[in-house]
Design a protein around this ligand. Structure first.
Ligand SMILES: [Zn+2]
Ligand SMILES: [Zn+2]
Length: 94
């Protein structure tokens, strides 16, 4: 849990809860992120009591999973920005 100040009015935001989203419903919240993940994901929800702004955060313990892609060839996980799998040299952009 973090201490977050509202970007708009600088009031401390309250942690309202954690919500589990199924993939396919998350596009409006998280943009392209769901495309990188499989299954469902949890987000922490913070709200500002003063102006009503809502912010979503990926829980910190999930952060390490984000940006990893699973190689379809060898099944190992590696960072997303590799053009090839560093383990088996599978090429994604042929
Ligand atoms: Zn606010
Ligand atoms: Zn591989």
């Amino acid at each position: 849990m973090k201490n977050i100040s509202c970007l708009r009015c600088n009031t401390e935001m309250n942690h309202t809860g954690t919500k589990k989203f199924q993939l396919g419903e998350t596009g409006w919240v998280l943009g392209d992120l769901p495309n990188l993940l499989a299954g469902s994901m949890e987000v922490d929800i913070y709200t500002c009591a003063s102006c009503g702004k809502i912010e979503f955060f990926i829980p910190e313990d999930k952060n390490s999973e984000i940006g990893l892609r699973k190689c379809p060839s060898c099944g190992k996980k590696h960072e997303f920005d590799y053009p090839k799998c560093p383990f088996c040299k599978y090429e994604y952009y042929k």
